[in-house]
Design a protein around this ligand. Structure first.
Ligand code: SF4
Length: 651
């Protein structure tokens, strides 16, 4: 979603990144348009602003040694033990857009001895056993993407590229077998099992996007079936959901003090029936003011529409930032989700991004495509209140918007400009939605937390001047020749901020302006939780007016989703006509991917609309999906090729 920065990584890669990758047949889900910059995060009452982190937040760039990636390196540091081992399915890139770096550096700033085990072999625990058992815990993440999204296209084809692996290659060598992949399918489960084998007495903590969005009963599009929570499947001790800074810091603190890990904000635990009764003696069957009990595994199995009810309840619970404890029975255990911690404050967010990242892959070696994509980009905002049905950013990062301070962003840009290979271009100032930067709620927030749909909420304060000032200030830093906004921008907000829109069109576009209308059919747009087609029409008109005034041709690149629940061949045909009528070329589109943790996936699974619970058309088989895609290909690509060919031949 162009509208979403990090949308992260997939979007990162599929959408903005590769100039020769115009159509995402691979079908990366927008949902994974997370920012590489998103990962885990959020802290509880524990003070994230320890003295150490305060020190680092104003660091001078001199102590940027990456975290150790082998026990030998730990020994070279004079360590005789390890506190925390973090295991990831990605190559280690010491950059704040990569969750493992962000969490690792945060724990390091609290004084813990942290090492990274990156892309271990998964046919035996050997790579884990190269480290001694960590003293506090072993943290597991599949990486910046769900491993199924990383390994398979939306149509189930094995991907032959991996933006998070050396050279973009998903295999270790020339043998393209499943066992030779750098990242296993459902990596969180596989790594947990290996960690258990290697370190039988060490707590295992799951985190990252994969575990976070698979923490309750969820759909797995590779297997085409519902699965139980990864917490119970993996038999891990704890699962950190959402942005995990606060939770992870408290887990480390409690482990260090040998205190129980019960009730940490931002975590899920698993209990047997009797354990549940011991922990919550006041729990009654059914929901209450204190508890939200979701339909369980058996109930959903008997009555599949309850899956949509569970997803809707989770969506509302997350947006309202409810303090209720969420429970869901799996096959033999309960998953209990403790309330989310408060989002990081701007000061805390500044501190996390001010840690001494080297901003490079470690060890240095082959290029990591994801790093090339974002190495000179800066995250300025966290959270998204757009709530698009197909996107899991709100569920993962939360609906509250936190913007970094201008000073902190400036310091990070100065560090980037000081790097010897800086090209002179800051490729992006962004986040899930760049122009939510500086926004706030006039009344503090509400339970709906749906600030942009169906219209911009009158309580949403939009600070146009703050973004303009930021662009001016960063543009003025010596060494910066170009400053771009490549993250997604919400069109409805840009129409409310005409000076910012003009400034971006005039000075800060890396070629074209990426916009995310997603479709042109109003009914389908309502299922996507997006404004009607009229918004795109008004936006295109406004951009052309500005372009005429500036004497500049404004290129707009619309992003489209095909085969979303509610779509059809007839609607795809109308979409092509509508886009042509607006003079827009559709170069970027992707098949809907039913990834875990979105309402669109619940629609896909149940075939029901979330508002009325009435049936909705779902394109399930390849033929249906391909026919929608082919309409756009024929309309905008094959025909263009013919025209170009004719032009070359002078016809
Ligand atoms: S009142 Fe409006 S601006 Fe505030 S959180 Fe709710 S929807 Fe968003």
């Amino acid at each position: 979603m162009p509208g979403h920065k990090m949308q992260p990584l997939l979007s990162l890669f599929c959408s903005y990144g590769k100039s020769n990758f115009l159509i995402d047949h691979a079908g990366g889900s927008r949902y994974y348009s997370y920012d590489v910059r998103s990962t885990h995060h959020d802290l509880c009452p524990l003070n994230i602003m320890s003295q150490e982190i305060k020190k680092y937040s104003v660091h001078d760039g001199s102590s940027t040694t990456p975290l150790p990636v082998s026990w030998e390196e730990c020994r070279q540091r004079g360590w005789n033990h390890l506190d925390i081992l973090l295991v990831t399915g990605d190559y280690y890139v010491d950059h704040p857009s990569f969750g493992i770096a962000l969490i690792g550096r945060l724990l390091e700033s609290h004084g813990y001895r942290v090492a990274i085990l990156s892309q271990p072999r998964f046919d035996s625990p050997h790579d884990f056993q190269l480290f001694p058992p960590p003293r506090l815990f072993c943290g597991i993440t599949a990486g910046n993407l769900d491993s199924i999204v990383a390994n398979y296209s939306s149509n189930g084809h094995v991907r032959n590229t991996d933006a998070y692996s050396p050279g973009g290659m998903p295999w270790r060598g020339n043998i393209q077998s499943r066992t030779e992949r750098r990242r296993p399918d459902r990596a969180s489960l596989v790594y947990t099992s290996l960690a258990r084998a290697a370190f039988p007495h060490v707590p295992v903590v799951l985190g990252g996007i994969e575990s976070s969005l698979r923490r309750f009963v969820h759909y797995d599009y590779r297997q085409d079936k519902l699965r139980c929570s990864f917490l119970t499947d993996a038999k891990a001790d704890l699962l950190v959901y959402g942005m995990g800074e606060k939770a992870v810091a408290e887990i480390a603190e409690r482990c260090a003090r040998q205190q129980p890990l019960l009730g940490i904000p931002g975590t899920c635990q698993r209990f047997t029936d009797s354990e549940l009764r011991d922990v919550f003696p006041d729990l009654e069957i059914g929901s209450s003011r204190k508890f939200l009990v979701l339909p369980g595994w058996d109930e959903i199995g008997q009555k599949p529409p309850l899956f949509l009810d569970a997803e809707l309840a989770l969506d509302q619970h997350g947006r309202s930032r409810s303090a209720r404890i969420v429970l869901q029975r799996q096959q033999t255990h309960w998953v209990v989700q403790h309330p989310a911690p408060q989002p990081l404050s701007p000061v805390e967010l500044d501190a996390v991004y001010g840690l001494p990242y080297s901003r490079r892959p470690y060890p240095a070696g082959p290029e990591i495509p994801a790093h090339l994509m974002i190495r000179d980009s800066i995250t300025i905002v966290r959270g998204c209140s757009g709530n698009c049905s197909f996107c899991a950013i709100t569920r993962h990062q939360g609906p509250s918007i936190t913007s970094r301070s201008k000073g902190s962003i400036r310091r990070e840009c100065e560090r980037v400009t000081a790097m010897e290979d800086f090209s002179g271009t800051i490729s992006d100032l962004g986040g899930p939605t760049a122009n939510l930067f500086g926004t706030s709620c006039a009344i503090g927030s509400c339970k709906k937390h749906d600030c942009l749909y169906p219209k911009i909420c009158p309580n949403l304060r939009i600070n146009e001047q703050a973004f303009i000032d930021l662009l001016d200030e960063i543009s003025g830093i010596p060494g910066i020749r170009h400053l771009f906004i490549s993250s997604g921008l919400r069109m409805e907000i840009l129409l409310q901020t005409p000076r910012l829109l003009e400034k971006i069109l005039r000075c800060h576009l890396p070629g074209s302006l990426k916009i995310a209308p997603e479709h042109t059919d109003d009914e389908l747009l309502s299922l996507m939780h997006k404004e009607p087609h009229d918004l795109l029409q008004r936006f295109v008109k406004k951009c052309r007016e500005i372009g005429d005034r500036l004497g500049k041709k404004i290129e707009l690149t619309p992003y489209i989703i095909t085969s979303h629940p509610g779509s059809s061949v007839a609607r795809a045909e109308q979409l092509a006509i509508d886009m042509e009528n607006l003079g827009l070329q559709v170069k970027k589109f992707q098949d809907f991917t039913p990834t875990p943790g979105t309402l669109s996936t619940a629609m896909f699974v149940t075939g029901l609309r979330p508002d009325t619970k009435k049936p909705v058309n779902v394109a399930r088989n390849q033929a249906e999906r391909q026919s929608e895609r082919r309409i756009l290909e024929d309309h905008f690509h094959r025909r263009n090729k013919v025209l170009k060919c004719k032009r070359r031949q002078g016809r």
